[in-house]
Design a protein around this ligand. Structure first.
Ligand SMILES: [Ca+2]
Length: 314
């Protein structure tokens, strides 16, 4: 046993680190908007690493490789079973990520100079695709956070594609970046810049956009303002009666404020006083930790929606 530990201390230490990392209450140290992406991103590389570190034991022996893969998958399964007892989420997906990483790592230990090029290319290709699927969402989230913080207190102006990273559409909505035309060529539209976002529905229903999981303290600001208009597209019969519903949620369960505002078919600015906003249960909204802002239009036919430009705090 002692010689086993002495020989395989590195993979054993890695396994212990993976177990500890999987059971620590991450929420205490990691911002909530990063937790999911961060843990998702960690599973696959840790599996690959463990598989690779066991190369001295596997020694290109298929029976040992199968044994390592089986024991490794069982260990990752056991971690998922234990996680709820340590305040972490249990997920079949996580087990698949860790185990597929392990299988890739173990398979890579068989590669040598004489291995046919196409086998190496195929293995490398699969490893890269899995890496992209599991790890890139974290990179995307970090980019989003950086873009948001750089722009703050302007939450969107749709002059650059960054805003389309930050703002996601809700339900079956989609949106485009549209040029501001001469029709909006007044001083106010000049302040809005050259582009706006056209939020539309793929099928009948409420078009909408939301920004979430990006936490900057809003307490220093008095108002949330945004420029909008009902979709001016031909055949939009609902335009004169359109309304926009604005929803703000803080980091508490049920910490949600929402209200409806008329949205005529011409550009106008809506400003909402942040002073004294209350959640549904009557408690003040926590402006230090707004976790979501959602702007939803009235129910419209497919292809219809609303236009949105500068969303900002002041
Ligand atoms: Ca703009």
């Amino acid at each position: 046993m002692q010689s086993f530990v002495r020989r395989y201390w590195l993979p054993l230490l890695t396994l212990v680190a993976i177990i500890v990392g999987s059971l620590l209450p991450l929420r205490k140290w990691v911002p909530s908007y990063l937790e999911t992406d961060l843990t998702n991103a960690a599973h696959y590389p840790s599996g690959v690493l463990l598989g690779l570190l066991l190369a001295p034991y596997i020694q290109r022996n298929w029976r040992r490789a199968l044994l390592v893969a089986a024991i490794g998958s069982a260990a990752f399964g056991a971690i998922e079973v234990l996680q709820p007892f340590f305040g972490r989420f249990q997920s079949m997906d996580d087990w698949i990520k860790s185990s597929s990483g392990m299988v890739i790592g173990v398979a890579a230990t068989f590669v040598r100079f004489s291995t046919p090029r196409w086998v190496i290319a195929a293995l490398g290709g699969v490893a890269l695709v899995l890496f992209a699927i599991f790890v890139l969402p974290l990179v995307q989230t970090l980019r989003t956070v950086a873009a948001y913080e750089q722009r703050f207190p302007v939450l969107a102006d749709f002059e650059r594609w960054d805003d389309f990273l930050i703002w996601r559409t809700t339900g079956h909505s989609f949106y485009d970046r549209r040029e501001n035309t001469a029709e909006t060529g007044d001083a106010a539209s000049a302040a809005r810049g050259a582009y706006h976002a056209a939020v539309r529905r793929r099928s009948e229903g409420q078009p909408g956009v939301a920004v979430d999981n990006v936490v900057v303290d809003w307490r220093a600001y008095r108002e949330l303002c945004f420029d909008s208009r009902a979709s001016a597209e031909p055949g939009n019969a609902s335009a004169p009666n359109q309304a926009l519903e604005v929803l703000l949620a803080d980091n508490r369960d049920g910490g949600i404020w929402h209200e409806r505002f008329p949205n005529p078919a011409y550009w106008h600015t809506v400003c909402i006083s942040l002073d004294g906003l209350k959640a549904a249960d009557g408690s003040p909204l926590n402006l230090a930790h707004i976790s979501q802002l959602r702007i939803l239009g009235s129910k419209v036919a497919a292809g219809q929606g609303f236009d949105l430009d500068r969303v900002y705090l002041r």
